[in-house]
Ligand binder design. Structure first.
Ligand code: FAD
Length: 300
């Protein structure tokens, strides 16, 4: 099923994101994670894609997406980055996704490799995600998602310019969007107003990261530049040496964020699970009655 069609019922879409096991770990270790996520009945599960784009990583994403779709009968969203890939390599992945019955792709540029010796493909076929979206769209085979950034992408100095670039992705064929994580919902509400104003009218799913350990927060915020509100910082500082308290507080914070977003009418929640089913389970349980109350009010 195309993910865009899940939004047309107007019911809240709930999805999870997982990543392939780190190198040196067998792909089989992902079964335990999916075994525990499946009973939570997500609308779909997405699988990240290694930015380095070596063949092994590529195959892992396709393989895991295929397991989700064909063994668990859950809809899968395969992430695909393009900055370090040639057109032939992208075509190969698309073929492999098609062969595995995968219908949904999150089309991404990927982060620019920081290694000064990194060799970009010449010619550079895919400079931005929009180039990949155009390529995938031309096949007519897939539903396409794109990434968006309520606080602006870290390389873009101005949110309005970033939103103009986002419009190009939607005009090129992105059917829905998923946001980067954020810890202050006001960024999302401000962003939502701006994207509405310039006529971006595809569904936007909100990406939420439950932060359950302090190492995570430092790494994440340095990578994507998310603003850390005082209220959140206090939690992190206060319970830094108390793992259970930090986990409980992180889950409570994410739950509060999600309930506020759902009450404001967001179309979907995408939980960055970090392959931690317990955290996903607790959040889904916390928001269960709210999601049901919203969905039961919608005539089908
Ligand atoms: P783009 O949309 O190409 O934007 C990148 C930058 O270029 C922005 O600053 C934008 O304003 C600018 N820009 C875009 N188009 C133009 C244009 N036409 N002209 C001028 N400037 C332009 N990374 C991974 O490696 N693997 C993953 O699996 C992965 N999953 C992700 C999932 C989500 C939901 C999100 C939000 C991000 C994910 N990322 C992943 C990270 C992502 O690859 C990085 O944020 C990357 O730096 C940007 O990717 P993008 O697709 O948003 O790029």
């Amino acid at each position: 099923m195309y993910i865009k069609d899940m939004f047309s019922s107007k019911k809240t879409v709930i999805s999870f994101e997982i990543f392939p096991p780190k190198k040196d770990y067998s792909i089989d270790t992902i079964y335990d994670t999916i075994d525990e996520l499946a009973p939570l009945n997500p609308n779909y599960i997405s699988v990240t894609y290694g930015a380095g784009g070596n063949n092994k990583d590529r195959n892992k994403t396709v393989e895991i997406a295929s397991i989700i779709k064909n063994k668990y009968n859950i809809e899968a969203l395969a992430h695909l980055t393009c900055i370090s890939s040639t057109r032939d390599e992208v075509e190969e992945v698309l073929k492999s996704l098609r062969d595995n019955n995968i219908e949904n792709i999150l089309a991404l540029r990927g982060d620019i490799p920081q290694d000064p010796n990194f060799k970009f493909p010449t010619p550079l076929h895919f400079k931005y995600a929009v180039d990949l979206i155009e390529k995938i769209k031309s096949t007519k085979d897939f539903c396409i998602g794109g990434a968006c950034y309520p606080e602006g992408h870290i390389e873009c100095s101005n949110l309005n310019d970033d939103i103009q670039n986002l419009k190009k992705k939607v005009d090129a064929g992105a059917d829905f969007l998923i946001t980067q994580l954020f810890f202050d919902n006001n960024f999302f509400y401000n962003f939502r107003e701006k994207v509405d104003e310039i006529g971006i009218n595809v569904p936007i799913e909100v990406g939420i990261m439950p932060v359950t350990n302090s190492r995570q927060i430092k790494r994440i915020t340095s990578l994507c530049g998310a603003y850390v509100p005082k209220k959140f910082e206090k939690i992190m500082d206060r319970y830094i040496d108390k793992p259970q308290a930090l986990k409980d507080a992180g889950i409570a914070y994410a739950t509060e964020q999600i309930i506020d977003l759902l009450s404001s009418g967001v179309e979907g929640i995408h939980i960055y699970t970090m392959n931690n089913p317990e955290v996903a389970r607790r959040i889904v349980s916390n928001i269960d009655s709210v999601v049901k109350a919203i969905n039961n009010n919608i005539a089908v």
